[in-house]
Design a protein around this ligand. Structure first.
Ligand SMILES: [Fe+2]
Length: 241
């Protein structure tokens, strides 16, 4: 069995530094790894990234993350990534990593993802260049996730995104903004590999549980949804979470 702790959308800045740390100190007792589903910061500044490094660094378990849309806001992504990686946090973007856990080799493939919408209610690659660019970004992001998932040699496979791969976990959000919260292509990418669990954030007013068309369990771990420092999922045993 592999124990996975996960949270997203912690939106750290100096004024909330320390909010998660008491629970994080106990994390090695209940989890083998911590996965962060993006929106680590409020506006994606280097200073905010240093808060993330202080809060989520040196935990005693590997920490793997994707970035969220908020982490892109100030166009300081390279600086943010460097601060996180200097703190020992692995940042995935169309890439994957394999972690040796006591219960087996855990493969994590991650991408921020993008909007686009869901089957029957999605943007199409047609018309203005701006719309084509929007759809191309969504397609390329999903393709990168699928390739990363299929490229990992591991015992258990997890997909980590910021944007949602299914509409199920958006329940509670206004229908009008679903196309900006995720895309069905991410779900197709997850279904293209033997994925055991898909984790995402972004939908603060969404709900926790969903499933891809291919039957992969999806969990929205946005902090406002799970209302705790992290959720823990058990993979490879008799049951999942
Ligand atoms: Fe967020």
């Amino acid at each position: 069995m592999i124990r996975i702790a996960a949270v997203g959308d912690v939106h750290l800045d100096a004024d909330v530094l320390g909010r998660f740390r008491p629970a994080l100190e106990e994390l090695p007792d209940c989890a083998d790894v911590l996965l962060l589903a993006g929106d680590l910061t409020r506006h994606g500044t280097e200073a905010e990234a240093r808060c993330v490094a202080e809060e989520f660094g040196r935990l005693g378990v590997p920490v793997v993350t994707v970035l969220g849309n908020h982490d892109h806001q100030c166009d300081q992504v390279p600086q943010v990534v460097k601060v996180l990686e200097d703190a020992g946090i692995t940042v995935l973007e169309g890439t994957g990593t394999v972690l040796e856990c006591p219960g087996g080799r855990l493969g994590v493939a991650g991408v921020k993802g993008f909007g686009g919408g869901f089957a029957g209610r999605c943007a199409s690659d047609f018309g203005e260049p701006e719309m084509k660019s929007f759809v191309r970004t969504s397609n390329e992001s999903a393709a990168a996730l699928g390739a990363a998932l299929r490229g990992l040699d591991c015992d258990l496979l997890v997909a980590l995104t910021h944007y949602a791969p299914v509409p199920d976990t958006l329940a509670g959000e206004p229908l009008e903004i679903y196309p900006f919260l995720g895309s069905y292509q991410l779900g197709q990418a997850i279904d293209s590999a033997p994925t055991a669990l898909a984790l995402h954030g972004h939908a603060h007013a969404g709900s926790e549980r969903g499933v891809t068309p291919g039957g992969v369990r999806v969990r929205n771990v946005a902090h406002p949804v799970i209302k705790q420092a992290y959720s823990v999922f058990h993979l490879g045993g008799d049951q999942i979470d």
